[in-house]
Design a protein around this ligand. Structure first.
Ligand code: PRP
Ligand code: URA
Length: 211
């Protein structure tokens, strides 16, 4: 499998937290908290190449030239519902980011994504976009969400998924070879219901307690 634009973030802290998400005995409260913590840790890596510029400030001791983010505008775009669980973890590190929402659900029969909601910041085309969704399974939702952002005129798009299936990575890379993917784990495969194996089950249900 082509992995040129895939960053597998196998940091020990991420792997430990992910093991708690995978455990079927982990309850809603802990699951939700850990999804947020993982999103923060992943965001730290996914923003490693943001550009900075030099400014001069005064410390209590003397004048100093320091680096600050160079005013690049960022939008976080969660894919509803489960992507919502990652938003706070990202805004904790990028408090000035705006948030756009895309509502997609997978048709239970065909597994094809169905769009039901969309609301973007008015200047979305000028922003660097970080799409977040805990699960990349067939890739249908991710491919549709990225196409959608391109229709809005967005050029710099990256995506963060906690767990990805090889099938999903391949689908995204085929449809959108320009998009960088950041994942904490690449799992074995999909099962007959297009769930990731071993995965963590239904991310939306586990975050919101709907099952
Ligand atoms: C889940 C998940 C992704 C999608 C991944 O959402 O959060 O959006 O499935 O599957 P795919 O790669 O095969 O498209 P789901 O459709 O279960 O909706 P929900 O977040 O509202 O529960
Ligand atoms: N969506 C989920 O929430 N989990 C999976 O394993 C696949 C799609």
């Amino acid at each position: 499998m082509e992995m040129q634009h895939v960053h597998v973030l196998n940091h020990p802290l991420l792997q430990h937290k992910l093991s708690i998400l995978r455990d079927k005995n982990t309850g809603v409260k802990e699951f939700r908290e850990i999804v947020g913590e993982i999103a923060s840790l992943m965001c730290y890596e996914a923003t490693r190449d943001l550009t900075t510029e030099e400014v001069e400030i005064e410390t209590p001791i003397c004048k100093a030239k320091v680096q600050v983010l160079s005013g690049k505008k960022i939008a976080i775009v969660p894919i509803l519902r489960a992507g919502l669980g990652m938003v706070d973890g990202v805004t904790a590190l990028i408090p000035s980011a705006k948030v756009g929402h895309i509502g997609l659900y997978r048709d239970p029969e065909t597994h094809e994504p169905v769009k039901y909601y969309c609301k973007m910041p008015s200047d979305i085309a000028e922003r660097d976009v970080l799409i977040v969704d805990p699960m990349l399974a067939t890739g249908g939702s991710a491919v549709a969400a990225i196409s959608f952002m391109k229709e809005y005129g967005c050029k710099n798009i990256r995506m963060m998924n906690i767990i990805a299936a090889p099938e999903g990575i391949e689908a995204v890379q085929k449809a959108h070879p320009d998009v960088e993917l950041y994942v904490a784990a690449v799992d074995q495969c999909l099962n007959e219901n297009a769930y990731i194996v071993p995965g963590l089950g239904d991310a939306g249900d586990r975050i919101f307690g709907t099952k």
